[in-house]
Design a protein around this ligand. Structure first.
Ligand SMILES: NC(=O)c1ccc[n+]([C@@H]2O[C@H](COP(=O)([O-])OP(=O)(O)OC[C@H]3O[C@@H](n4cnc5c(N)ncnc54)[C@H](OP(=O)(O)O)[C@@H]3O)[C@@H](O)[C@H]2O)c1
Length: 360
């Protein structure tokens, strides 16, 4: 069925209103939580009808985020267990195959990229994925699909921390702990583009890339003592590692009134252990306690920051990519049929950077 559809002319593909042009397609399905071996590539996974604001995307590439691997292992089970089997994946780059009745910003045949929310139910590891129109933007033309698919989830995570939480301003000082990863490298580029002075910690292989992207200082955490090497105090610290040690250092290096933001919030973890009804209020109480403690002891704002879809953010990220001021390097690509091998390579740390799955 999919082969037949792909042979249809693009103009024909847009004439389906709210009904999806496909009723089923190939997708990577997670029938139970576990290692990469649990993935199944199935040919008959249903494609729901489009809601008015939704877009059907013919997938060309999806990137693997740490969230995908953690979800595969059971992170978020308080929400996702009852919904198994799941289609995995957040990031996507592809082509608009059909649009819902209220979609006016995109048309069939356009090349787009975007990302689903962390809690979205049907993911993007699928020949056809469905996303709300405001979670997609036109793909920067000079980027291939696999390059574009590496960007949205990580970049929007950094965007939310810097722009929605810390509300960074030109001239401010920003510290990115973990500038070698996709979110950290995104944060360096976004903060530099906003006119901030950026310092970062990263592995030796990432130092050159961080400096090239405009960081004023890149401290190699594998050979240097970050605490003594980083000079001065910061308006915002984005901690992508979020362990006790990085939190302690990040807090010490903030100015009064500055923002410490960690990506390792505990809401999902506590909900998985204690259930949604107990875990979420418990997480809220822990967060409030830490916020009050740090406000009192250091005069700083403390937050757990999460990726959220953001149309304005995605548009700015697209603009920066188009003018060559934003990119996320892709280390390796795999065909979607080798999704198990790709996840295994990430799990075992065989590929340090971004891994992308390509669709034929
Ligand atoms: N809360 C959310 O909504 C959200 C969203 C996205 C990601 N995350 C989480 O944020 C983390 C980063 O995500 P990502 O996509 O950027 O992952 P990633 O691309 O896999 O990056 C991880 C990087 O962390 C660096 N690193 C490890 N230990 C370090 C240390 N002690 N100091 C400095 N850098 C260190 C390594 O960089 P080097 O190569 O430089 O050593 C590694 O490449 C993951 O844990 C992910 O689950 C959370």
């Amino acid at each position: 069925m999919v082969v037949w559809l792909l042979r249809r002319r693009k103009s024909e593909m847009g004439l389906c209103g709210g009904r999806s042009i496909v009723s089923s397609c190939r997708a990577v399905v997670l029938p139970r939580f576990g290692g990469p071996e649990v993935f199944q590539v199935r040919d008959d996974v249903s494609v729901p009808d489009l809601k008015p604001q939704q877009v059907l995307v013919r997938t060309r590439a999806v990137s693997i985020n740490p969230l995908d691997s953690r979800m595969r292992e059971g992170y978020g089970r308080s929400l996702f267990q009852a919904l198994l089997p799941l289609v995995m994946g957040r990031d996507i780059s592809g082509e608009v195959a059909a649009v819902g009745s209220s979609v006016h910003s995109l048309t069939v045949g356009q090349q787009v990229f975007g990302s689903l929310h962390p809690t979205a139910i049907r993911g993007t590891y699928s020949d056809f994925a469905i996303l709300p129109q405001d979670q997609l933007a036109l793909k920067p033309p000079q980027l291939s699909h696999y390059e574009a698919s590496a960007i949205p989830f990580a970049a929007l995570t950094a965007w939310r921390a810097l722009n929605a939480t810390a509300k960074i301003l030109e001239g401010q000082r920003v510290l990115v702990i973990g500038g070698g990863g996709a979110v950290g490298f995104s944060a360096i580029q976004l903060a530099v583009s906003a006119g901030c002075h950026v310092s970062t910690t990263c592995g030796s292989q990432s130092v050159g890339r961080a400096l090239e992207a405009g960081a004023e200082q890149a401290v190699d955490y594998t050979t240097q003592d970050c605490e003594t090497a980083i000079k001065g105090h910061f308006d915002a610290v984005l901690d992508t590692i979020g362990v006790q040690e990085t939190e302690r250092i990040g807090i010490q290096l903030l100015k009064r009134g500055g923002h410490y933001m960690t990506l390792q919030g505990e809401t999902a973890k506590l909900a998985d252990i204690y259930g949604l009804a107990v875990g979420i209020p418990m997480a809220t109480a822990i967060l409030l306690k830490k916020q009050m403690q740090y406000r009192y002891s250091h005069g700083i704002e403390y937050s757990w920051t999460y990726m959220r879809a953001d149309a304005e953010g995605l548009d700015e990220i697209r603009r920066l990519s188009e003018i060559g001021k934003f990119r996320i390097p892709v280390e390796k690509t795999f065909p979607i049929a080798q999704v198990r091998e790709a996840h295994e390579a990430k799990d075992k740390g065989k590929v340090p950077g971004k891994v992308v799955l390509e669709f034929d």
